[in-house]
Design a binder for this molecule. Structure first.
Ligand code: EPZ
Length: 420
């Protein structure tokens, strides 16, 4: 077993090397199945969810391995469309292979996908839009998909689901017609997916807007593609919120200011001064949170992201005032607050709203991570409190952060991983 031991109270100073976005890399690994060739994903984080997706590629007949920080995927040998249950139950991203397998083979079979314990994770939006695009879906113990027609089509998502958007795009890349997908998610990671698929020979436009148009193609380019994904805006936000609590000064090499603008908007006038150049965050100086964050609504991109909601709630418990966070994306994503309350944080949850009364005296505690971003919130909490805290359940944190404790240690945090 492993846990983090944190002695909080240190300021954070230094430059952080941000990983490629987990939520870009995972759909890209799925998308590589469409293409019978080699894909090189640069600066790929060695996180648990990537390792599971690599195993899925190999189980389906492909090859996946790291060459230093580049993930190499060779999908020429992929010859199966039945996903292994033990792997699909582990991570939500396994669901994203359905669209890719439908484009490659016209078939896919998957058990109910797993994922972080952040509330129910239905797949009805995925199923509804694939049905609109000519896919037969058999729903039972597992889900089987088969393309009855392959002539494109029109679909409108009832909700801007990130995964359903990605699955619909991947299912439509190889077809005999044009596909239009309305009310799509607009995350930067979806723009990455569009750019990768166009690099292999797809004809996709509109990612980042409300409508995506895919002109189906029958074959793809060459035999290998190199791709550098967007940086992880959630990792950037996690470190910025840690800085808001600890104080100090952090530098982010060439990070995209635009992708973090929803966080920057609420934090800049409260906890820090942001120095940017040509739209890139150069440096963030933290001079202490002066007040609560007021009302923060969590909604699909470009609004404040649900994947930073737990980290914001932790930071708010150190601010001197009131913060109300309403999560309209995952309405039950507040389980981690029970752990924060062990430190004396004044937090109350009402349905999908969380009220934080900051400024209370907080003390170190033994906390247990139950999901990825909730775990990141516990780290921020422990960093801000003098005294020794521990965080177990580290495997949840390792799903999405590549060596977060080492990066924090390099910035001056007293945090260590111990085995027991
Ligand atoms: C992606 O999950 C991300 N995961 C999540 O990141 C992120 O929180 C989420 O998008 C929202 O931004 C990956 O990209 C691997 P959704 P996804 O479909 O696609 C409901 C992290 O911490 N819904 O946009 O599963 C759903 O229950 C992870 O990095 C349906 O009802 O999210 C949720 O309430 C966590 N039916 C809302 O929509 C469906 O068919 C948003 O889900 C699909 C979703």
């Amino acid at each position: 077993m492993e846990k983090f031991v944190v002695r909080g109270g240190n300021k954070l100073f230094g430059e952080i090397e941000i990983q490629s976005a987990k939520n870009s890399v995972l759909p890209l690994i799925a998308a590589s199945i469409i293409y019978e060739g080699k894909t090189y994903i640069e600066d790929c984080p060695k996180i648990y969810d990537v390792l599971v997706m690599m195993k899925i590629i190999e189980k389906l007949g492909g090859k996946a391995y790291f060459d230093k920080n580049t993930l190499v995927l060779d999908t020429e040998g992929v010859n199966d469309w039945n996903l292994p249950e033990d792997m699909t139950k582990e991570i939500r991203a396994s669901l994203f292979t359905v669209g890719a397998l439908l484009s490659r083979f016209g078939y896919a079979s998957i058990s109910a996908p797993g994922g972080c314990n952040i509330g129910s994770r239905p797949i009805d939006i995925h199923i509804d839009c694939l049905k609109d695009l000519g896919v037969n879906v058999y729903e039972g113990e597992s889900f089987s998909f088969s393309k009855k027609t392959n002539n494109g089509g029109i679909t409108k998502l009832r909700y801007k689901s990130v995964g359903a958007t990605e699955n619909a795009i991947m299912a439509s890349v190889k077809s005999n017609g044009v596909t239009v997908i309305e009310n799509v998610a607009k995350e930067p990671e979806i723009v990455d997916l569009q750019n990768y698929l166009n690099a292999i020979g797809g004809k996709i436009s509109g990612a980042g807007s409300d409508r995506i148009v895919i002109e189906g193609v029958k074959k793809f380019n060459g035999k290998e593609v190199r791709f550098k994904p967007v940086k992880d805006r959630i990792e950037v936000g996690t470190f910025i919120l840690a800085g808001a609590v600890c104080g100090g000064e952090l530098r982010f090499k060439g990070e995209s200011f635009e992708n973090s603008s929803a966080l920057i908007k609420i934090i800049e006038h409260n906890a820090c001064k942001i120095y940017s150049k040509n739209g890139k965050i150069e440096c963030v100086k933290f001079d202490g949170q002066t007040h609560g964050y007021g009302f923060v609504s969590v909604d699909p991109y470009p609004s404040f992201p649900t994947d930073l909601q737990p980290q914001l709630v932790a930071a708010a418990s150190f601010s001197d005032g009131l913060t109300v966070v309403v999560d309209n994306v995952f309405k039950r994503r507040f389980g981690y607050t029970e752990q924060l309350k062990k430190t004396g944080a004044d937090i109350a949850v009402y349905d999908n709203a969380c009220v934080i009364n900051g400024g209370k005296k907080l003390s170190s505690a033994e906390m247990i991570a139950g999901d990825l971003r909730g775990g990141a919130a516990l780290i921020i909490q422990a960093l801000g409190i003098c005294g020794e805290s521990t965080i177990s359940g580290v495997r949840h944190i390792d799903r999405g952060y590549d060596g977060i404790e080492e990066k924090l240690h390099l910035l001056g945090a007293d945090i260590h991983r111990i085995y027991y």
